[in-house]
Design a protein around this ligand. Sequence first.
Ligand code: SAH
Length: 344
Amino acid sequence: MQLSIDLTGREVLVTGSEHAARQAVRRYEAAGAVVYRLSTPQGAAHDGPLPERPFLVAAVEDGQPGWDSLLGRCRDTGIPVAAEPAAGAPGHVTLVGGGPGTTELLTVAAVKALRDADVVFYDRLAPYQELPSLTSAELVDVGKKPGHHKVSQGDIEKLMVESALAGNNVVRLKGGDPYVFGRGGEEVAACVAAGVKVRVISGVTSAISVPAAAGIPVTHREVSHMFTVVSGHAPLTEKEHQHLAGLGGTIVVLMGIGTLHQLAAGLRRAGMRADMPMAVVERGYRPGQRTTIADLGTVTSAAAGCSNPAVLVIGEVVRVAEANRGHAEAAADLDRLAASLLGS
Ligand code: SAH
C-alpha cells in the first residue's frame, strides 16, 4: 500500500542505525519533515534531542535487536509507525535499464534500485524528468554537461567507480536495456576491473517497445517469425545488407536516422522490394510521439523531417499495425454512432 501524506513541518522520528537509515532520513527531509534521529534503541550521544510526541515514527529495519518494545510503546500511545527498508550495503554499482522514457515502463527492480541509491548517473534517454519523485539520491546528468559536451564514456566509468569506492550506492540509469547498444558490458567491466560490486537490471528495450507504441508487433504469426535489431550508428556493409534482405523477417534499426538513406539504398541493391513497408517511430512514449509510414522506395523523402530518437521498422508487420489501426478506427466510429443514436 502506498499513502501520500503532507509532512511539511511535521516532526518525524527516524529510528535505525546511521548507515541503514541514511536514505530514509533524506526521503523524509526531502518531504519537508522535521527529522529527529534515534540510531540505537537506547539512543546515542550524536542523536540529539527527541521530540515529545512525533507525528510519525519511521522505523528502519536495520536488524538491531531491541526496537520492538520501543515501537510497541509508540503504537500503544497512538503514534503511527511506518516500516522503512534499510539502505543496502554501501559501495556498489547497479546498472539499471530505464525503458524507453516513461516511468510507467520502469521495472519493479528499477524502482527499488532508484529508491536505494545515493547517487544516480543518468542519460537523456532514460525517464529522467521524474527522478526526483523516485529517489532522494543526488542526480547527475552524464548525457550532457553545461556547454552541451557529452561526458565521455571513460569519464562516466571513472565517476561511477570513484563514487562507489567512496561508499555510495550508485545507480547508472540508462535508456531501454543496458545491454542493447547501451555500453552496459563496458561499464560492468570497468567496475569489475576496479573491484567494485556491480549488478545489472534489465530494462524494456526501445527496439520492441517503441514499435509497439505505434501499434507495430515485431513478430506476427504467418507474417514474420524473426526480428533483427541493428545499429544504424554507422552504415552497414554490402554483405550485411544482403544478409538482412535475405532473412525475410522484421528489421528494427536503432540510431538509424543519420544512415537511413544508405540503408534503404543498400537493401534495395540487395534485392528487397521497393514497396516493402517501413515505419519511422520518433519519440516513443514521449510528448510529440510521431509515426511516419512509407515504403523502402519512398522512405528517404517521406522521413526527411524525422529526427532522433527514432526507431525504424522494415517489414510486413508494419501493415499489421495499419490493419489494426483500421479496425480500431472502425470500432471508434461504431462507438460514436452508438453514442449518438442512444443520445437522440
Ligand atoms: N539501450 C537502448 C538503446 C540505446 S541506443 C534501448 O534498449 O532502447 C539509442 C537509440 O535508441 C536511439 O537513437 C533510438 O533509436 C532508440 N530509442 C531509445 N528510446 C527511444 C524512444 N523513446 N523513442 C524512439 N527511439 C528511441
